[in-house]
Design a protein around this ligand. Structure first.
Ligand SMILES: C[S@@+](CC[C@H](N)C(=O)[O-])C[C@H]1O[C@@H](n2cnc3c(N)ncnc32)[C@H](O)[C@@H]1O
Length: 186
């Protein structure tokens, strides 16, 4: 019994490592892997995004760049049925999870592909949770493309170029983490 459990665990760990390595090679280490938002920092992002959307007019548009499992989109779409949500995801496994999670919401649209190539000029709210390799490049893109008044909420990672509006102290498994809020730097 113990041996079969150990073998099963080792096989799962092996598959996970191969998957992470394949993702890393695919993007040459540039893009962050699929790690779902969780814990206090996830709750804080949802709260901040909810407060921002509550102030926007009906028919607002929001995007999650690298939507992973679609967990943030699903929670927000439930509370804001009149907002149109877009999720961008390039990892096939994460994308499949997001499709499953968000399939019941008519106000969520998913795009399978690279968010660096997406047109982000018509969103009122943009969420992202990217790694350290993209702060400059994504910050440049967002500052160039978002419309005045649009708000960017970045989970854990600071972005360059944009104008910082607020920072919220949060935590991830007891470790301090920050949620950054930005607008266009004009
Ligand atoms: C840290 S995870 C965030 C997950 C998501 N917030 C959730 O709770 O499931 C970052 C996600 O961004 C995706 N990603 C990274 N770079 C991307 C890119 N250039 N285009 C599309 N998706 C990307 C990754 O595949 C990963 O799923």
């Amino acid at each position: 019994m113990f041996l079969s459990f150990a073998l099963l665990f080792a096989a799962a760990a092996c598959v996970l490592n191969i998957y992470i390595l394949a993702s890393f090679i695919r993007c040459r280490g540039k893009y962050p892997p699929f790690i779902s938002s969780f814990g206090q920092v996830k709750r804080d992002v949802l709260k901040i995004a909810g407060e921002i959307l509550a102030k926007k007019a009906e028919g607002a548009r929001a995007a999650d760049l690298g939507c992973g499992s679609g967990v943030l989109l699903a929670e927000l779409a439930k509370d804001f049925p009149k907002t149109e949500f877009w999720g961008f995801e390039w990892d096939p496994v994460a994308y499949a999870c997001a499709r499953r999670k968000t399939g019941n919401y008519r106000n969520i649209k998913l795009c399978y592909g690279d968010f660096m190539k997406a047109d982000v000029s018509d969103f009122d709210l943009i969420l992202c949770y990217v790694g350290t390799g993209l702060e400059q490049e994504l910050g440049n893109k967002l500052n160039r493309e978002i419309k005045p008044g649009a708000v960017v909420v970045s989970e854990v990672f600071e972005l360059a170029e944009l104008k910082p509006v607020c920072r919220y102290e949060s935590s991830l498994c007891g470790v301090p983490a920050v949620v950054y809020v930005y607008q266009k730097n004009v």
